[in-house]
Write a protein that binds this ligand. Structure first.
Ligand code: GLU
Length: 296
């Protein structure tokens, strides 16, 4: 196949052992890059030091290689957009944050998660545990209010001011047209945390733009994040990539695979003698349409 301009990425977080659900998404990302004759890169999303451990990084890369995934740019092989570890890319995120501040598109927020949940009358546990509650508009500073400097060390949360009630749309490669309303389906979201760590939304968007990714393949649990990231692309004047969200895998009880399903971690399957070929054959048994590549 002739080289193409397609650039895809694997963006795992080293938060534990990879399970079959992650592996399937990464495998789909590789298949789509291959089908397009493109390039696949690996970016290690190791920003959140409270959730990852250094020894998980090596295990993660080894699991991915064991499964047969290969990448031509990454933390272990280098490449034109190095470094590929997010923890070494803070300056890139900080530059983006400064642009957003200069454009008045972010504001500092001293409210706690509890304040936010109280204001919207949401239960404190359970609901939307993996998503951000909609930030109440009355907590925002007035538009145009002078913004404090960021300072060398950031000790307050900074949020992106979403356009109120703005309908948003993107065409997903797998699920078709996706719609959301900014300010209702999601609110002002974090771009930088008070423990001086950039948010996933900002880091992911900056890296996908700077690493010249043309298609983002990831789990369908991130569709709402895609809308947030599309607002960041617009605010920073960057062209967004295409998006292809993969259906999430459920276990035999219909529950989403998560890391607690240790029985389905690649490590466990491997220890039980399951081969990569068997795992991939299981993925490939899905219909070609499902994978959107037509020629499996
Ligand atoms: N690092 C994220 C995860 O492992 C994926 C982010 C993305 O693909 O945008 O869940």
């Amino acid at each position: 196949m002739s080289p193409s301009s397609y650039r895809g990425r694997l963006a795992p977080s080293p938060t534990g052992h990879l399970h079959l659900g992650h592996a399937r998404t990464f495998w789909m990302a590789q298949e789509r890059a291959r089908a397009a004759g493109g390039t696949l890169i690996l970016r290690n999303e190791d920003l959140d030091a409270t959730r990852f451990r250094l020894d998980f990084v090596d295990t993660m890369l080894e699991d991915l290689r064991w499964l047969g995934l290969t990448w031509s740019e990454g933390p272990d092989v280098g490449g034109p957009h190095a470094p590929y570890n997010q923890s070494a890319r803070r300056a890139h995120y900080r530059a983006a944050l400064e642009k957003l501040r200069a454009a008045g598109q972010i504001f500092p927020c001293t409210r706690s998660r509890r304040d936010v949940l109280d204001a919207i009358g949401a239960p404190h546990e359970g609901a939307g545990a993996d998503d951000e509650p909609v930030y109440p508009r009355e907590f925002r500073p007035p538009p145009g209010a002078p913004l404090p400097p960021l300072g060398d060390t950031i000790a307050v949360n900074w949020r992106f001011r979403v356009p109120d009630d703005k309908p948003l749309m993107f065409a997903d490669g797998r699920f078709g047209e996706q719609r959301a309303v900014a300010g209702r389906d999601f609110g002002d979201f974090l771009v930088w945390r008070k423990d001086d760590v950039p948010s996933y939304q900002l880091a992911c968007m900056v890296d996908d733009a700077e690493m010249e990714i043309t298609e983002v393949v990831r789990g369908a649990d991130l569709i709402k994040s895609t809308f947030r990231q599309l607002l960041l692309y617009r605010a920073l004047g960057r062209t967004p990539p295409q998006f292809y969200h993969c259906p999430l895998m459920n276990d035999d009880k219909g529950e989403r695979l998560a890391k607690r399903h240790d029985a389905l971690s690649l490590r466990t399957l491997r220890a039980q003698g399951v081969t990569p070929a068997e795992i991939v054959a299981g993925f490939a048994a899905g219909s070609p349409e499902e994978f959107g590549i037509g020629n499996l």
